[in-house]
Ligand binder design. Sequence first.
Ligand code: UGA
Length: 428
Amino acid sequence: MKITIIGTGYVGLVTGVGLSELGHTVYCVDTDEEKIKLLEHGKEPFFEPDLGRLLKKNIKAKRLFFTKSLKDVLNKTSFVFICVGTPQKRNGSADLSYLFEAAEQIKKLSIGGKIIIIKSTVPVATGDKMESILNESNNAHFEVASCPEFLREGRAIYDFFNPDRIVVGSKKYSLCLRILNLFAKIKTHKISVSRETAELIKYASNAYLAAKISFINEIGNICEHVGANVDDVANGMGLDKRINPHFLKAGIGYGGSCFPKDVKALKYLSSDGGYNFRLLRAVIEVNNKQRKLFFNKIKNHFGDLRNKKVALLGLSFKDNTDDIRESAAIDIANNLIKHGAKLYCHDPRAMENAKKVLKKKVEYSACAYDIMDGAEALVIATEWPQFSALDWKRIKKLMKYPIIFDGKNILDKQLLIRLGFKIINMGK
Ligand code: UGA
């Protein structure tokens, strides 16, 4: 099949690369000229495992193309995936201006006969609005469907080919089947639902996962009072198949470009409809509090943070990505700086992005050991697996005081205690 993808962010690019790998001919469109030039040369604009390899492979196979001009490609294709950003507005609602702009462009350049598939995360009933924009004139006819994405950054290529489910929402069952057929080579649960249902499945899934994280963080906070260990509690809970072990990792709360935005958007959607979604309010409140609780542990340890040399491992919002959007690690870094600490940071991928927001207020090093030299404390703020594999004997010798604040509970506490470290965790 021939497919247009509008928007080459995480969702658009991974979807485009994935669909071309499945054998379709894919044209990816973006207004960012620099990005298009980069992509045409097979260079990915952000770090995502395996993305670069598949990008180059499918460009070479002439199944994957990049362009700034929607006009040049739109009428060659019958399926159009909309993958533009839906950032958060001040009031928490989703900003749909890029989406509607895309609809206006499509309307201007084509008289219809196309299947428009919304992949961006959008509030319920956005499909209806898209449809009325696209079919405003009498002779135009566009079909609009929703196909929410469930990719995780850092594992997005894996998730594309191994999804737990593919959801398509449309008014017509036959249209759902045509869209699901694009993913025929992927064996998984495929469900066809109404458009509104598909749109809500996306928000409900993200909100539920965020709630799971806030729940385990609350349990972790209780653990600290009663002398229990949150990792063991989560393990004991997760063995119950009805609960499952995923998204039960306590720490400094969730970040990223999705959960914070989507939970707030669902809360807004509910209150806009006159419904008070009490649980979501609590999910957000707990998440905001969690990183503050962690920072207070560091602050209370020092009393006065001024001129204290602190090493910070991790800046991205989670492992395997260079993305720092809504990263708890960045918040903690900013707080440490604000309180006068001398901060030395390392992250395997996110330092370039972090420099744009933290500027020169901190020192960066490509070597994790360099930042430990003379450090009076070490803070772990991202769950990069390589951090736990560091040479802790060497670090013990480098640090001035061997105290670690492990905000993600990733280190082997017993081993480090044996080496002479003091470890402060979340929920232990
Ligand atoms: C999330 C969802 O997992 C995807 O299914 C969804 O497609 C995506 O949002 C989206 O809407 O686009 P993502 O934000 O990439 O994916 O990352 P997650 O792996 O879900 O992690 C989100 C945050 O929760 C991270 O800050 C992570 O550190 C934190 N987290 C995750 C925890 O604190 N504890 C956990 O047990 C799991």
